[in-house]
Design a protein around this ligand. Structure first.
Ligand SMILES: Cc1cc2nc3c(=O)[nH]c(=O)nc-3n(C[C@H](O)[C@H](O)[C@H](O)COP(=O)(O)OP(=O)(O)OC[C@H]3O[C@@H](n4cnc5c(N)ncnc54)[C@H](O)[C@@H]3O)c2cc1C
Length: 261
């Protein structure tokens, strides 16, 4: 079994600087962490590997420091890591991200299963997983909340449809996006750190991924144009009561705001 897990480095803070000209986030300037949903994708992959044997490859597209999340994936059980990084990939929208990841996955020895998180905590679109599957021509199931059965032929899964749950079976090769119900991600161990500290991270850039039809790389290849990007204005009213019957004044204010009454 060869399982590929797509993982993304997301900003650790909500306080991310923006480039008002290009309409993009300045991701390289902030500390990053592994997208929390991708921990579940990794956990699902490692559990299947433990049951059926095989190997797990973690892949990410991002700036050079995104290598950190690949190293973190080793601690959870990934055997190999691939970083897709090139100035030409910067500013990608979801289509360009999915295209670039599909190109990278296409260079790996044919995966049986690709697992993505259901969404990220920054872009939050949930579009990349299905986009990768479409570029690779693979069947896919999103919002998987549990894997009931994993065999060498395929998966039987529970798909969360909001107010209903569908039981879906899918043969390999296929792509799934997984939610938090999949099982608690394991903690990284020191033993695993010692085992994996010298693992290499394969880095591929534009040269390795371009094939003459690179319409969807980076900002240039992103059909979505961000017209304006700005932090939302936070408006808070401060009222200070200093004199008189403070409790009554506070009660009046709460009545006025319809918190009581
Ligand atoms: C309308 C719009 C315009 C945008 N324009 C820009 C822009 O101009 N510049 C810019 O920098 N960003 C832009 N973005 C953000 C950019 O599209 C996202 O950072 C990126 O495409 C991933 O999308 P997402 O975070 O919504 O991932 P989701 O689709 O929510 O992620 C789902 C899963 O896909 C996988 N995944 C997602 N991204 C990666 C990755 N990079 N590497 C590996 N796996 C991944 C993970 O498994 C993740 O859990 C834009 C987003 C939108 C919605």
């Amino acid at each position: 079994m060869h399982i590929v897990v797509c993982i993304k480095q997301v900003p650790e803070t909500r306080d991310v600087a923006m480039d008002p000209e290009k309409g993009v986030l300045r991701r390289a300037e902030v500390a990053g962490k592994l997208n929390p949903f991708d921990l579940y994708a990794l956990e699902a992959a490692v559990r299947i590997k433990e049951k059926l044997s095989g190997r797990v490859t973690a892949i990410t597209m991002g700036p050079p420091q995104a290598e950190e999340v690949i190293r973190e994936s080793f601690l959870m059980g990934a055997d190999r890591g691939v970083l897709l990084s090139d100035p030409a990939f910067a500013g990608a929208d979801t289509l360009a991200t999915a295209f670039t990841l599909a190109r990278g996955i296409g260079r790996l020895d044919s995966p049986d299963l690709i697992i993505c998180g259901v969404q990220t905590t920054d872009g939050d679109t949930g579009q990349v997983g299905p986009g990768v599957a479409e570029f690779l021509g693979l069947p896919h199931v999103s919002y998987v909340r549990a894997i009931r059965k994993a065999t060498r032929e395929g998966l039987v899964m529970e798909q969360d449809l909001g107010d209903q749950v569908a039981v879906v079976s899918l043969p390999y090769p296929c792509l799934i996006t997984v939610d938090k119900g999949i099982g608690q991600p394991r903690l990284p161990s020191f033993r695993r750190f010692l085992e994996t500290k010298d693992y290499p991270v394969i880095t591929w850039g534009y040269k390795e991924l371009s094939g003459g039809d690179e319409v969807y790389f980076g900002l240039e290849g992103s059909p979505t144009q961000v017209e304006r990007i700005f932090p939302p204005k936070v408006e808070r009213e401060h009222v200070v009561f200093t004199d008189g019957d403070l409790a009554r004044q506070l009660y009046q204010k709460l009545l006025e705001l319809k918190f009581v009454g």
